[in-house]
Design a protein around this ligand. Sequence first.
Ligand code: 5AD
Ligand code: SF4
Length: 453
Amino acid sequence: MAKKLCIKTYGCQMNVYDSGRMADLLAPLGYATTDEAAEADLVILNTCHIREKAGEKVYSDVGRLRNLRAERMAAGGAPLTIAVAGCTAQAEGEEIMRRAPAVDLVVGPQAYHRLPELIARAHRSKGEALDTEFPAESKFDHLPQQSRVEGTAAFLTIQEGCDKFCTFCVVPYTRGAETSRPVAAVLAEAAHLARLGAQEITLLGQNVNAYHGEAPEGGAPWSLGRLAHALAEVPGIARIRYTTSHPRDMDDELIAAHGTLPALMPFLHLPVQSGADRILEAMNRRHTADDYRRLVERLRQARPDLALSSDFIVGFPGESEKEFQATLDLAAEIGFAQAYSFKYSPRPGTPASMMADSLSEDVKSERLARLQAVIADGQRRFNDACVGRTMPVLFDRPGRHEGQLIGRSPYMQAVHAEVPAALSGRILDVTIESAHPNSLGGRLAADPAEAAA
Ligand code: 5AD
Ligand code: SF4
């Protein structure tokens, strides 16, 4: 009988990609996926460690699963295997085994190709199934191909790990040193995803624009700019995105690609973290606020309709009101189409966690609210400015009303329009007529018969 697998995914898009790959890996072992932990034989918690709240989540989740298992066993039901994967597994593997003995196995983000073996080991004996190594072999060489693409968009991990060592960040410790997948492997996976129906590919990496993949025919490694050009040639791939980028790694080739490669979407996630140079220095970001401004300027020269998104941290150790104000000013000045913002959270083992965390929770909360108001304002302005523009929309979902489809704009906005269902899966020009907090409304620029031609 088919076994059931439930994967709960936290954190970033890389974890979403990894969860998909774990499901692909376990399918040949007879595991069908389910969204319900209650009906699963195996639950994998794919965890995030980026902030304290994320890191602590695993313990409450395991507690709930332990109760579920106890109830089920009491009712004579099937056993439940509890696995912890992802970045908290990597950072706290041993501690998880100790603090949460209900956990049967722990696997780090670089070792999940060994899951079948770990599951077998966990079923044989308790307490030995922990693998948080950074193996010499690449997991990518041991994973089966993806079995399906949902809708028209897919993620493709091309790079992992980080050598930047921002002083607040756990990623260099949880995902390890920077590595890039070879160009040939990336192109083969993109072609496979396209055959499964993907038209839009988001290239993933913790530091994706530091990509330097082995060239297909020897020679110098390829940069992300060069890779993007090759990916645009893959039949079926119409749109390319990439995330997350570090400002320091936006090289000339990549900036130029935004001007010359129409498939490269004009929407870039480029975290800045702070607008104050002293804080950027303490964060070891290796760029100033003006470096960031100049970079945005160059990007907009290459691609005038480029929109930006960002990440911010408020309340970094020692951040003064004046320094926070510089962050507000930068956010308002750049005018982000969207941005994420977080209260600083000290993470064990990071250099910043050794600095005096001088700001009270109240001050952090108050600053966060002020920044979020500026960000929301920028987002509203950007969405409003879309009204009247005509832009290509990739339609792939039915809308709420009969005769409507929902698609994605180049800027990742959801766009509703009256579109015949037969045109789902097509990229169509839409004139935007209305802007709402989380979506846009519009009408097809050409009549549907023409659009279908
Ligand atoms: N505290 C708060 N936010 C953090 N981020 C990373 N580490 C921390 C931390 N210790 C934020 C950064 C990063 C995003 C993924 O999470 O803004 O870009
Ligand atoms: Fe969280 Fe970072 Fe790990 Fe993604 S890479 S899951 S954001 S800790």
